[in-house]
Design a protein around this ligand. Sequence first.
Ligand code: HEM
Length: 404
Amino acid sequence: MAYGSERAEMPPVTDWVNDWDWLDDQWGENAIEIWNSVREVCPVASTERYGRAFMPVTMDAIYQVAHDTENYSSVWVNVSRPDAPRSAAPPITSDPPDHHGHRRLILPTFSPKKVAPIEDDLRAFCRRLIADLDGQSATDAAVNYTQHIPVHGICILTGLPEEDADLFRDWIYKNFQLAPRDNTIRLQVMTEMSQYISALLEDRLKNPRDDMLTMIAHAEIDGQPVSWDLKVGYIRLQIVAGIDTTWSAIGSGLWHFAQNHDHIARLVAAPNDDPLWQMANEEVLRYYAPVTMARKVLADTEVSGCPVHAGDQMLLPFPAANHDPAAFEDAHEFRLDRANNRHVAFGLGIHRCAGSNLARLEMLVAFQEWLRAFPRYTLDRSRRVTWANGQVRGPREIPVLLNR
Ligand code: HEM
């Protein structure tokens, strides 16, 4: 099959209601204002830039789509060129009834019982990253801190080799920032990842270890062997779902706290087991939720009065729902101690995040260690903060002055 190779260069968006684009340069830094401005006009925006695609921005509409697996399929989990090559990465790309078996297979790896014991290791890892900054007055908090922590966590739990971290981040960048507009890059990343993961799984068949890779290499569902492609897909998902998601959440939190020293002061005055830390973690997740998903529309239907048709693409911006004033009191306000915080950063319905225990722990530990080490750090205003657009939104460069 021939895939379109040209990267479609798109003009900047001037109308977010009728012509939105999640890879527009304005999205990364301004997505919250964009969703809020759309919500004031209508609950569902549209675009023709990737074929016809819709973007609901209210909690109601997002809840409806996420729970309706009859009319919306997860075979497409991002908005891309309509002829994009797609491959399975279950459970996220699967629908009922298959979804349940795939999810059951991977859930135990990320259960509280498996995640809680790695806290000391994660804390020691964060402290080593901080110790590496000894003698420095400025650094990039994303490049030298946030991007490393989730790779460490995912590698401990899955058995993926941490020395390949740069490779994982390169695939993630290409997959999320470039591939939605460029089928050649999508295919290249899929092929490289599949070859790499196949080699790891082959190795575990010969040399079993006590890790997720070995479990997946031998996987069966209800006594039936799982196909090799799906086994590769499970591991591809761990790499693309388990790294830049949490890296973005930690980064957004550090970007926020650098500009809100009253929040830092309240947090560092509290012991690590004070509920304020948990509440702050949840508020970072609500306010700066990084992950936007998508669905393929299976049948003609409607969302909040907006007609949609079979074959359309439907963005699922869970972060937009987190800013809906109909769902949260003072949704625009970052409240460090928000008590009733039923945010949907981890999604809704059957695909709700399988890695939320791990993500929460990594964030908590990363914030505690950084804020206690550098309670007076500020953004370095002489340099730019850069943001990732699209599916996983968060800062990729955060220049800071440590102000020790
Ligand atoms: C702050 C960090 C994270 C956020 C905000 C996040 C968000 C999400 C969201 C919104 C979904 C729903 C997908 C959908 O409805 O299509 C999801 C699913 C998933 N996430 Fe996460 N995630 C995070 C971290 C992680 C980590 C660390 C892992 C570990 C590997 C992970 C693994 C998964 C998996 C396997 C699914 C698919 C579950 C299913 O389809 O049943 N995530 N995540």
